[in-house]
Design a protein around this ligand. Sequence first.
Ligand code: ATP
Length: 213
Amino acid sequence: MNSIQNNKIPQATAKRLPLYYRFIMNLHASGKQRVSSKELSDAVKVDSATIRRDFSYFGALGKKGYGYNVNYLLSFFRQTLNQDEVVKVCLIGVGNLGTAFLHYNFMKNNNSSIEMAFDIDESKVGKDVGGVPVYHLDDLEDKIQDEFEVAILTVPAQAAQQITDRLVKTGVKGILNFTPARINVPEEIRIHHIDLAVELQSLIYFLKNYPLK
Ligand code: ATP
């Protein structure tokens, strides 16, 4: 296998990796041995020139009339995405959104698992939601110190920064922020913001102003 280092893959390509991985897993499960860039393109809705360029970073060179070897791609993706190691995730804020995530969890087609949740509402603390124990936020440091790599924030916006500061001290490296708050983190911490209200508004704006034909 090509020994490309993850950090050599451009970020835009890296972002598409999980998408490719999911599709290749399905192909593998259905017993397919090879796939063309056209088939991939139709399935994942990425143009085939981009796919060919992305895959060249993976050391996967498609052959004309043959396509890509599914087994090769699968083992490449497994290795690159560290599929053999489960990333422990904690969730803060067991409201409507947090509860939905706990029920959904991510284990189905992912290598991450929400293992603990935290809240300040005494009526939620001590419960099990979707098989995940809910602890009081006061116990955050005790429970997760040096054990959790990723945290999901589904608390009210005004609580987000203070909780983030505590999470960072426990060794969390990545935060998926579902609150509308724009949070400050030290530069070694990666934070991804997902503001569902903004996404919806933006979709509606585009529908109105940039109709597709
Ligand atoms: P959602 O925003 O998920 O729809 P909601 O409307 O049910 O949730 P919110 O007020 O947004 O409720 O709070 C989300 C959750 O965060 C609640 O369970 C609440 O108890 C919890 N929460 C509020 N403040 C804090 C805090 N400082 N630390 C931890 N959890 C908090």
